[in-house]
Design a protein around this ligand. Sequence first.
Ligand code: UD1
Ligand code: CA
Length: 450
Amino acid sequence: MLAVAVLAAGKGTRMKSALPKVLQPLAGATLVERVLASAGNLKPERRLLIVGHQAKRVEQQLAPLGGLEFVLQQPQNGTGHAVQQLIPSLQGFEGELLVLNGDVPLLRRETVDALVQQHRASGADVTLLTARLENPTGYGRVFADADGQVSSIIEHRDCTNEQHSNNLTNAGIYCFNWTALANVLPKLSTDNDQGELYLTDTVAMLPKAMHLEVADADEVNGINNRRQLAQCEALLQQRLRHHWMDEGVTFVDPESCTLSEGCRFGRDVVIEPQTHFRGRCVVGDNSRIGPGSLIEDASVGTNVSVVHSVVREANIGNDVAIGPFAHLRPAADVGDGCRIGNFVEVKKSQLGAGTKVNHLSYIGDAQLGEKVNVGAGTITANYDGLNKHRTVIGSNSKTGANSVLVAPINVGERATIGAGSTITKDVADGALAIGRARQMTKDGWAERKG
Ligand code: UD1
Ligand code: CA
C-alpha cells in the first residue's frame, strides 16, 4: 500500500504574495499540481493534501482533480507538525508514506518512482531524495556515510560553519515506512532556530535511514521566493522547448518563447521569436507562428501563418494566413484557406472556407459563408446597447469598403454591398445594396464663393 502526502499548508512568507505559495503558477500549472503529478506513475491508494494557510482556497482549486483527501493543519508549526496531522487519517494504514514538499515542482516521475523502488528494495524505515548543490544555501544538509546511510539532517539556519560546507542537501521528498514514522512523530521537539517541529528530525530517530542522490540537481529546486520561481520557470520552459524540438519543431529564438504543458505541435512547425502559447493549444504540421504572437487555448490547422497576432479560444483551419496585427477572440472559427489581415478583430463568428477579411474590420456574432470578400473597414454592428445580434452573409458575397452591417441582418449569396453603406435591411441573393447619401456635386462652387 502506498499513500502520498503533499505538504501544502505553508504561507510562503518569502514570496510576499496574496496567493498561497503552492498555488503559484509555473508554465500553466500550479506548484502543487506539478508536485502531485510527479507521483502520478505510482498509482497511490491514497492521496492526502495537508492544507492550512488559505485552506479553503487551496481546497477549492484542487478539488476538481478528484480523489484527494484534505487534512487541515492549523496553526502551521512546521513540516513535522504537518505530518503529525496525518495520524488520525492514517490510523491502521500499513505501507509506505511518500511525503512531498508542495514547493518542489520540477521532480520527474521517474525519479520519484526510483525513490520508492529503492526504499522497498532496501527495507529502510525512510529513504529520502538528496542532491549535491553548488550553492546549498537555505537547504537542510544531509549527513550520510559512503553506503548511503543517513545519520541526520540539519537545517541551514541550525548548521555550524563547518556543517555549512556539506553540500549534500535534502530535497524535501521522503519515502517512509508509515508505522515506523508514526512511532517517532510524537517525539519531535521545537528545539531549533525557528521553534518549529521539523519532519527532518525524524530521520535521526529512525533505525535505518537511506538516501538516493539525484543525477540532475535541477529537479529538486525548492521554491521559496520569486527568484527561485523565475529560475524554475526558465528550467521548465527549456524542458518543454527541448521536448518539442525533439519532436520536430523549430524555434528560431528559443529563449524568447514560452509554452505551456497543454500544447501539442505537429512536424515542421516553426515558432518565430517572441511567441507565447498558453493553456491548451494544438498547432498542425508546417505552420509558422510569430514573430510576436500570443496563442491561448486555441487550435491551429496545418500550413497556417500567424504574424504579430493574438489568438484566444479560437479555431483556425488549414492554409490560413492571420495578421499582421489581427485579434481572434473566443469562438472565432476560421475555415480553411481564409485570410484575416491587418487590424481585424473576429469574435464568436464562423467564416467559411476561402473567406477574406483583409483590412481594418470588426466581425462579431456573424456567420460568413464561403469565399466572402469583406471590404476594408467593414463592421458588423452587433450590439444595440442591450443585446447582441447576428449578421449572416452568404457565400461569394462582397462588402464594399467602410460598410456597416446593422445586426440582426441577413445578406444573401452573391450579394454586393456598395462602399460606405449602412445596411439595416436584409439583402437578397445576387442583389446590390447601397445605403448612403447620394453624392451632390456643385460645379464652379469655389469661384462663386468668391
Ligand atoms: C524544507 C526542509 C529542508 C529542505 C527543503 C527542500 C524541513 C524542516 N526542512 O525546508 O531540509 O532542504 O525543504 O526544499 O522540512 N509546510 C506545511 N506546514 C508547515 C510548514 C511547511 O505544510 O507548518 C509545507 C510548505 O507549504 C512547503 C513545505 O512544507 O510546501 C516546505 O516548507 P518550507 O517552509 O518551504 O521548508 P524549507 O525551509 O524550504
Ligand atoms: Ca521550501
